[in-house]
Design a protein around this ligand. Structure first.
Ligand SMILES: *[C@@H]1O[C@H](CO)[C@@H](O)[C@H](O)[C@H]1NC(C)=O
Ligand SMILES: *[C@@H]1O[C@H](CO)[C@@H](O)[C@H](O)[C@H]1NC(C)=O
Ligand SMILES: *[C@@H]1O[C@H](CO)[C@@H](O)[C@H](O)[C@H]1NC(C)=O
Ligand SMILES: *[C@@H]1O[C@H](CO)[C@@H](O)[C@H](O)[C@H]1NC(C)=O
Ligand SMILES: *[C@@H]1O[C@H](CO)[C@@H](O)[C@H](O)[C@H]1NC(C)=O
Ligand SMILES: *[C@@H]1O[C@H](CO)[C@@H](O)[C@H](O)[C@H]1NC(C)=O
Ligand SMILES: *[C@@H]1O[C@H](CO)[C@@H](O)[C@H](O)[C@H]1NC(C)=O
Ligand SMILES: *[C@@H]1O[C@H](CO)[C@@H](O)[C@H](O)[C@H]1NC(C)=O
Ligand SMILES: *[C@@H]1O[C@H](CO)[C@@H](O)[C@H](O)[C@H]1NC(C)=O
Length: 284
């Protein structure tokens, strides 16, 4: 069970074959101190390099006596892939990789746009990552542009993490406003993103309506007149035809005595099939 000399190399070889292709993942909050152990060497003669992004180690990182890499107060730029291997080994294939992720407040939102109407506006945004912790909420505010007036919160004050848009009410037409929004996670508020938007003037909306009706001006009125003429003519002919048919079918004498009408009413009520036209023939 005791390991001397080359035995360690065997051990390391097995380690590399089994684990070498894999990468150790480390996640740490921004501004913390980080100590990364080299998984395969525990001595001073360990060489650490940055593989991704491929650059020199940051000045605030040092290799400790026991071979660990110490990075004080990590920031976003320290994230990436580090690898350690034995120093002074010509063919240093034997190395271990560590993937370091720095958790931060949410990055600035992207595609922040304003879609203004006359008295309200729609503020839209997209997220570009959460920073490592889930987003708790968004905060959105607005104020008159180019002034130092205080920011007005856009209610609801708590915008849920799934929201990607919010409506702003009670704006004044034809006025430029400044909007700002940021996301918050458990590490704090992310970078602020600003956008401007100008509400529509009242007559601008009328203009918009006129624009939509613009096609009506170019419409040929003669076509319209002919179409109306055809429809009216058809209706008149139809009406005349019906009158003529009714006249033919039921030649009621010009003057109907009042008594006859009174008699007709109960007949129609009692006998729905009653035909006043045939009455004259059935009664001798
Ligand atoms: C981080 O390391 C620095 C020295 O590099 C030290 O001054 C500081 O106290 C450490 N912070 C914590 C939280 O350990
Ligand atoms: C290496 O030394 C540092 C302090 O000098 C210590 O915090 C760390 O735990 C040590 N690592 C190992 C693997 O002993
Ligand atoms: C990270 O790197 C960028 C670009 O090199 C630099 O502008 C920024 O200040 C750095 N951030 C920190 C916290 O050092
Ligand atoms: C490093 O870890 C992060 C977060 O777990 C992951 O998104 C990224 O793909 C990893 N990089 C590599 C090269 O494995
Ligand atoms: C931002 O908008 C561009 C084009 O408008 C689009 O390609 C991109 O995917 C959007 N970004 C996000 C995070 O949705
Ligand atoms: C989104 O975040 C990545 C880094 O996480 C950055 O490189 C990229 O520029 C960001 N996109 C925008 C549109 O800001
Ligand atoms: C807003 O205030 C800052 C300093 O508080 C000042 O420099 C700037 O001129 C002010 N802008 C306006 C438009 O009042
Ligand atoms: C967002 O959440 C944070 C942390 O829970 C809280 O302090 C903050 O007041 C919330 N903001 C809004 C606008 O609700
Ligand atoms: C909007 O305001 C500007 C001056 O601030 C004015 O010139 C313009 O006529 C106004 N437009 C409308 C549609 O009210």
């Amino acid at each position: 069970m005791y390991c001397f000399g080359g035995c360690w190399y065997f051990f390391i070889l097995v380690f590399v074959i089994v684990y070498g292709a894999e990468t150790t993942n480390i996640a740490i909050d921004v501004n913390r101190n980080l100590t990364i152990l080299c998984p395969i060497h525990r001595t001073r003669d360990v060489m650490w390099i940055r593989e991704l992004p491929k650059e020199l180690l940051q000045p605030h990182s040092i290799v400790l006596d026991n071979g660990s890499l110490f990075i004080s107060q990590v920031n976003q730029n320290d994230s990436g892939i580090y690898s350690c291997s034995r120093e002074n080994v010509v063919n240093s294939d034997v190395k271990a990789r560590v993937n370091v992720t720095i958790r931060t407040p949410p990055p600035a939102l992207v595609n922040v746009t304003v879609r203004p109407s006359t008295i309200l506006a729609l503020l839209l945004w997209e997220v570009n990552g959460t920073g490592g912790y889930p987003i708790i909420n968004f905060t959105a505010q607005f104020r008159l542009a180019y002034t130092n007036s205080s920011w007005i919160p856009i209610s609801p004050n708590h915008i849920t993490p799934n929201s990607r848009q919010i409506e702003v009410y009670k704006l004044v037409p034809n006025t430029t406003y400044e909007f700002r929004i940021w996301a918050t996670n458990q590490l704090g508020r992310g970078a602020i993103k600003e956008a401007h938007g100008t509400t529509l003037g009242v007559y601008k909306e009328e203009e918009l309506a006129r624009h939509m009706l613009e096609g009506a001006d170019k419409f040929d009125t003669r076509v319209w007149a002919v179409a109306v003429g055809i429809v009216m003519g058809t209706l008149v002919l139809l009406g005349l035809g019906i009158c003529f048919l009714l006249y033919q079918e039921c030649r009621i004498p010009g003057v109907v005595e009042e008594q006859e009408i009174i008699e007709l009413v109960p007949n129609i009520i009692l006998n729905p099939g009653f035909d006043p036209c045939s009455q004259n023939e059935s009664i001798p």
